[in-house]
Design a protein. Sequence first.
Length: 407
Amino acid sequence: MGDAEGAAAARELFEQAYGEAPAGVWAAPGRVNLIGEHTDYNAGLCLPIALPHRTYIALKPREDTSVRVVSDVSPDKVAQADLDGLTAGGVDGWAAYPVGVAWALREAGFRQVKGFDAAFASCVPLGSGLSSSAAMTCSTALALDDVYGLGYGDSDAGRVTLINAAIKSENEMAGASTGGLDQNASMRCTEGHALLLDCRPELTPLENVSQQEFDLDKYNLELLVVDTQAPHQLNDGQYAQRRATCEEAAKILGVANLRVTTDGISKADDQFQALKETLDALPDETMKKRVRHVVTEIERVRSFVRAFAQGDIKAAGRLFNASHDSLAADYEVTVPELDIAVDVARKNGAYGARMTGGGFGGSIIALVDKGRSREVAQKIADAFAVHGFHQPRALAAVASSSAHRVD
């Protein structure tokens, strides 16, 4: 959906559900992470782009603390909650995401935020690893900022306050462990650029991002995104388990986070030996594998930025491949659908291919020559048919803009 179509769909659903017009319509994009997976919560580097695929929210503030939300997924079912006395985990189902944003803002001291009615229309594929949840929480945060006059949505630095509310909503109200990559991408990406996000906690909001040119046309390329349709679940404990393992490893190594370890290794005269000594200090094989992925993945982000800027597309593709192989072997977050889609893309001319997002389902991305996306996507669909998988959905991604008011 374009902005006009998305705004019309959200507005129509709002009027159908509540019998009146909304105060406005806002939109926030899904995202694709080019490289840097499971690095955000380790204070590492990642490189997302915003997608043109967006979630649209039509919203109107209320005088009381009641919240009513409806989605185009189930347009006849309005979910309700009350912000008064609400505690973490107090809302069930998908409504936890938007309600949690208002709750998080109030918890942060913005008591002027009260209830609201909202309707959502989205073309971000659900459960695809393209961050439909961040598109929902970030569009809600921007809408609430606007209607309640908080004043944070108009600047890049200010948007970090809204990002923090979106993260808190996902982590504490919806129970999904998210590190912040998705929300930063949805709120801070610019058209034609990838967002190099440095997640070290000591950096200010103005220090932790830089816009990196990501012009596919310049190199006659397309970025193919294939939603494998494999079920994508982040709140079943797998993601949180890996995060906890990394935090425990950092404690054992005596560092604040694994970024400190990574930077130490990168400065060593013999990096391979430094990595070996780091891994040897860890107690079990699983923890060694998780740490090896994080350390090498952070370095791959740096290398990808350099390679793409220099037009070395073959090197950029190799880094995609190495990232996926590490996520499969060391982080163990891939599933057969992801591995087969990546393998087919590689065998059919992609410079490189990798899973994107948290894993355990979701999407892959492949860097291909312009005009090849449809052919490669069809080859993946053919392979899925042979294996009896759900048929995948494909789209060609471009670097788009962040959350904004539409209407």
